[in-house]
Design a protein around this ligand. Structure first.
Ligand code: HEC
Length: 207
């Protein structure tokens, strides 16, 4: 290798590491490092009539907390994220439904408070499937959600999603499958994924 190529290679390698580092570490750090608790007036008016992050414990229903543990244990986060990235870092807001209820003008990027009360935020490792931050708005019935888990290929014959058949048992009548309590809890959790609550302007980053 002549020395010219060597420097080209080194330069290309440097760029290949520096660019993602800049976009994924430095920019988000600069964006968020100044974040401080925001005091907002009790009556601060925002669209939708809410005044702050709603108390998620009130929204939780069924066994969605247990369902979140199943989501973690089954490795869903290896293929699904729960981060609607800011547009400078990705095209998530251009994907239909990822940011939430577009028809109501509520679609938005994920904000740090969306993980309030979650213990461990299941951000995800990579995106083989869709971002699931707002999947509870896209798939709204238990039946459809179950079908996505035990037979993903029934929606998309090329689906790269494994079938989670071990979360289902044959019915006693032999005429189909019955969800285990784990599957029911997981579906509770998935249906509860709606990270598009309206926020006061003062909380939205960049404001
Ligand atoms: C090996 C990667 C992989 C794993 C692991 C995986 N999925 Fe998926 N998932 C996908 C792909 C690819 C799609 C898109 C194709 C499809 O709809 O089947 C998808 C689609 C979905 C959808 C439909 C999303 C939408 O917007 O319509 C849901 C819901 C879902 N997955 C839930 C889960 C859950 C819950 C788990 C864990 C129990 C899981 N996935 C594990 C790859 C994966």
């Amino acid at each position: 290798m002549n020395s010219n190529n060597f420097w080209k290679l080194l330069g290309a390698l440097g760029l290949a590491f520096a660019l993602p580092w800049l976009l994924l570490v430095v920019l988000p750090y600069l964006d968020q490092s100044g974040a401080a608790p925001v005091a907002y007036g009790e009556g601060e008016e925002i669209e939708g009539g809410l005044t702050a992050y709603p108390d998620r414990t009130l929204q939780r229903h069924g066994a969605s907390d247990y369902g979140r543990e199943i989501y973690a244990a089954e490795g869903c986060a290896y293929c699904h994220t729960q981060v609607v990235r800011p547009t400078y870092a990705g095209a998530d807001m251009w994907r239909t439904g990822w940011g939430g209820r577009e028809e109501d003008g509520l679609a938005r990027e994920t904000q740090p408070g969306d993980y309030a009360n979650e213990g461990v935020a299941l951000l995800g490792y990579q995106r083989i499937g869709q971002d699931l931050s707002n999947v509870g708005h896209r798939i709204t019935t238990r039946e459809e959600m179950h079908r996505h888990l035990y037979d993903p290929k029934s929606f998309d014959t090329d689906s790269g999603m494994p079938a989670y058949k071990h979360l289902y048992r044959p019915s006693a009548m032999g005429d189909g499958l019955v969800p285990t309590p784990k599957a029911e809890a997981l579906v509770d959790y998935l249906l509860s994924l709606k990270k598009d609550q309206p926020l006061p302007k003062s909380v939205l980053s960049g404001n």
